[in-house]
Design a protein around this ligand. Structure first.
Ligand code: AMP
Length: 270
């Protein structure tokens, strides 16, 4: 790791410069971090810098952040946000990463509505190639969802946020409750141990549905209701979904029960 020896700190407003980068604006907030858009002072390249205040973290969460860094350093794939540089001071950690100019696919869908199946297939293929790449390196993401699928300037997928990612060994199940409930697999709701890759594959089924329908397959006003719907494996196939797509969805998402026909409710921000 590189020490951030030139982190300029004006009063009250946080740093406006990190290393060679000038901070421009806030892009988003994660669990323990704020993500800023920044620009290299000489090359003018735009980057996203995840800024973590280590003093706010307990030992367990600090360890998780270091694991996120360790995992991101191992990944070099066209559809995964690239980690360029890590800077660290006594209290702060700065992760300089590739910038995905068009933001979250979640926001894109909320603004423009569902994708055509052709476009969804192109995006889904990119997600699949990135997740396969991770699984081949014994890494599971464990928080695949529309909010963590970013879009670059050419509308290509960039998977972000490896905060819940972990290493797995085939045949050695994991147990930690991870991810966002609408994307969580039945075995997670049942509190069972799970095979890491299967968890990502379930979430990808939910993602595919979200891309094609602009709505979640499993939703509910409360966690117990959502849990019930996920465990039943029942979801609606809207009228506009082609038969080919419906068959592929049923293969990915339904456990025992077939999908039911009807209209899908609209995507709600959580
Ligand atoms: P994270 O803590 O990684 O979940 O980041 C929080 C939010 O910041 C994300 O949901 C995005 O909206 C935004 N963000 C994070 N990384 C990037 C990036 N590399 N490019 C653009 N936006 C980002």
């Amino acid at each position: 790791m590189v020490m951030a020896d030139s982190v300029q700190k004006p009063l009250l407003r946080g740093p406006v410069r990190v290393g060679f980068y000038d901070i421009e604006r806030t892009l988003g907030k994660g669990n323990f971090a704020v993500v800023k858009l920044a620009r290299h002072r000489i090359t003018k390249t735009e980057v996203a810098i995840k800024i973590i205040d280590k003093t706010q973290l307990d030992a367990v969460n600090l360890e998780k952040i270091y694991r996120e860094v360790q995992i991101m350093k191992m990944l070099d794939h066209p559809h995964i946000i690239k980690l360029y540089q890590v800077m660290e001071t006594k209290n702060m950690l700065y992760l300089v990463t590739e910038y995905a100019k068009n933001g979250e696919i979640f926001d894109y869908l909320a603004k423009h509505g569902r994708l055509s199946e052709l476009e969804a297939r192109r995006k889904f293929w990119q997600i699949l190639s990135a997740v396969d790449y991770c699984h081949n390196r014994n890494i599971v993401h464990r928080d695949l969802k529309a909010e963590n699928l970013l879009l670059d300037g050419h509308m290509n997928i960039k998977i972000a946020d490896f905060g819940f990612a972990n290493f797995f060994q085939p045949g050695e199940p994991l147990a930690t409750w991870c991810g966002s409930p609408p994307y969580a697999a039945p075995e997670v709701f049942e509190g069972q141990q799970y095979e890491g890759p299967q968890l990502d594959i379930w979430s990808m089924g939910v993602v595919l549905y979200v891309l094609v329908c602009g709505a979640l397959p499993f939703d509910g006003p409360t966690l117990p209701v959502l849990r019930q719907r996920v465990l039943e494996g029942r979801f609606r196939i809207p009228y506009f979904m082609t038969e080919d797509c419906a068959v592929s969805q049923a293969g990915r998402l339904s456990q025992n029960s077939p999908a039911v026909n009807g209209s899908a409710s609209s995507l709600a921000a959580d």
